[in-house]
Design a binder for this molecule. Structure first.
Ligand code: AMP
Length: 416
């Protein structure tokens, strides 16, 4: 026998009970975001590779090593989407949403792909729910989105949540600050990890992220971007914080917050949950006022977040909804009754009942036991006559009915 096939590393199957939990989560997202005026958008699972190279940034880990990229068969490079903001921004322009009243509020939910080292809470195919407000730089939107994610996490039962928030300022401030940070890092080069040293030019901000003890020591004295914010960016950040304060939303200001995507400007935030292990980030996002231009569009500010469904479920374990109701189980007293039984089950489902028919060749006794395990309210026992034994499971009462009145009798319930 050949080796049994398995799903690729870093992927997983969603079984019915998990699917039910995910449905609850999706419904909660729809309600929470819908109330605030966010409309659902679905973009393709693969996009032109250039969208991510330009949108997410060439220097990021995502673009450098985590994308599943392939030829589309016609010589064009396409990539399984690793994130949702660049695609949603593309869709905003491509579908003429610039003509709508601004900002345009959108949300999405679907699969995303990153070639990451698989571990608990980190997969190569995972599911994100995300929200974006495009077309305005009003700090109200930053605060609105942060509070919506906080509400969503709360509504699905994610507890022990903390919010870290920072600001990256404008692209100019960031560029100046990058130079200052590079000079600082070069002055301490000997104490830094090899990886950080190798990336001083490419991505100096990553030094704040390092676990390496020497690097961490150096970084405690590093200049922070928050200290360098231009007055208008500082004012924007303060407005966001004031709204969070008004809403009673706790947060911690993180001067060294970095995220693995290059498009962020100004506000940056991340929610973590202590219920999760090493991969404690449950969702995060920020403002990306420069992204549209990077994609070749006119200057168009935007802000948004994405949260991982799998991590939310790990941190929350929302109860699965009740299993489907089985109003009628159609048992076959003999194999020849198969067609008649099938017809009854079909008729019952069309009438809106939950109905299942025997399909495993069990003995009649076995079928009744199976129906009991399913929690069936009624069992129709179909034999070789036009008469059908209809048994009410709770009372054990049984009587004969004709084949064409079985469904009506079950609908009439509860007693025969
Ligand atoms: P990011 O776009 O990296 O900020 O990711 C946003 C959220 O998506 C994270 O906070 C996680 O909850 C989730 N996420 C990102 N990458 C993965 C992954 N490889 N596996 C599972 N969840 C992920």
């Amino acid at each position: 026998m050949s080796q049994r096939l398995q799903a690729p590393r870093g992927t997983f199957d969603v079984l019915p009970e998990d699917a039910a939990r995910r449905d609850v989560l999706a419904a909660t997202a729809r309600t929470t975001l819908g109330r605030a005026g966010y409309g659902r958008v679905d973009t393709p699972v693969f996009e032109a590779t250039e969208l991510f190279a330009r949108g997410v940034g060439e220097a990021t880990d995502i673009v450098q090593k985590e994308m599943f990229t392939f030829d589309d068969g016609g010589g064009r490079s396409v990539t399984l989407r690793p994130e949702g903001t660049a695609p949603v921004t593309r869709a905003y322009f491509e579908n003429g949403m610039t003509r709508l009243p601004q900002p345009v509020r959108l949300w999405y939910l679907g699969p995303f792909f990153r070639r990451e080292r698989a571990q608990a809470g980190r997969f190569r195919q995972f599911t994100q729910v995300g929200a974006e407000a495009i077309g305005s730089d009003d700090p109200t939107l930053d605060a609105e989105l942060i509070l919506l994610l906080a509400d969503l996490l709360d509504a699905v039962g994610v507890r022990q949540v903390s919010l870290r928030i920072g600001s990256l300022g404008s692209a100019t401030t960031r560029a100046e600050y990058r130079e200052e940070l590079k000079r600082f890092l070069r002055a301490h080069e000997a104490e830094l990890s090899e990886e950080v040293r190798a990336r001083i030019d490419l991505n100096p901000l990553r030094a704040f992220d390092a676990d390496h003890p020497g690097t961490r020591r150096v970084m405690t004295a590093a200049p922070t971007l928050l200290d360098r914010l231009a007055p208008e960016d500082r004012a924007h950040f303060d407005e966001v914080l004031a709204r969070l304060d008004d809403a009673g939303q706790p947060y911690e200001i993180d001067t060294a917050l970095v995220r693995g995507l290059d498009y962020y400007t100004r506000t940056l935030f991340e929610f973590t949950s202590d219920r999760l292990g090493a991969q404690s980030a449950v969702g995060g996002g920020g403002r990306y006022d420069g992204l549209a231009e990077q994609l070749g569009g006119p200057h168009t500010p935007g802000v948004g977040w994405a949260a991982g469904i799998e991590r939310m479920l790990l941190a929350a374990e929302p109860p699965a909804p009740a299993p489907p109701v089985v109003d009628l189980f159609v048992a076959l007293a003999q194999p020849e009754a198969g067609r008649a039984g099938f017809r009854i089950a079909q008729e019952a489902r069309r009438a809106g009942l939950g109905a299942q028919v025997e399909a495993a060749g069990r003995s009649l006794k076995g079928q009744l036991k199976h129906a009991d395990r399913l929690g069936a309210r009624y069992v129709a026992i179909v034999g070789d006559t036009a008469e059908i034994g209809l048994k009410e499971m709770e009372s054990g009462e049984q009587r004969d009915v004709s084949a064409d009145t079985v469904v009506a009798a079950v609908l009439r319930g509860p007693r025969l």
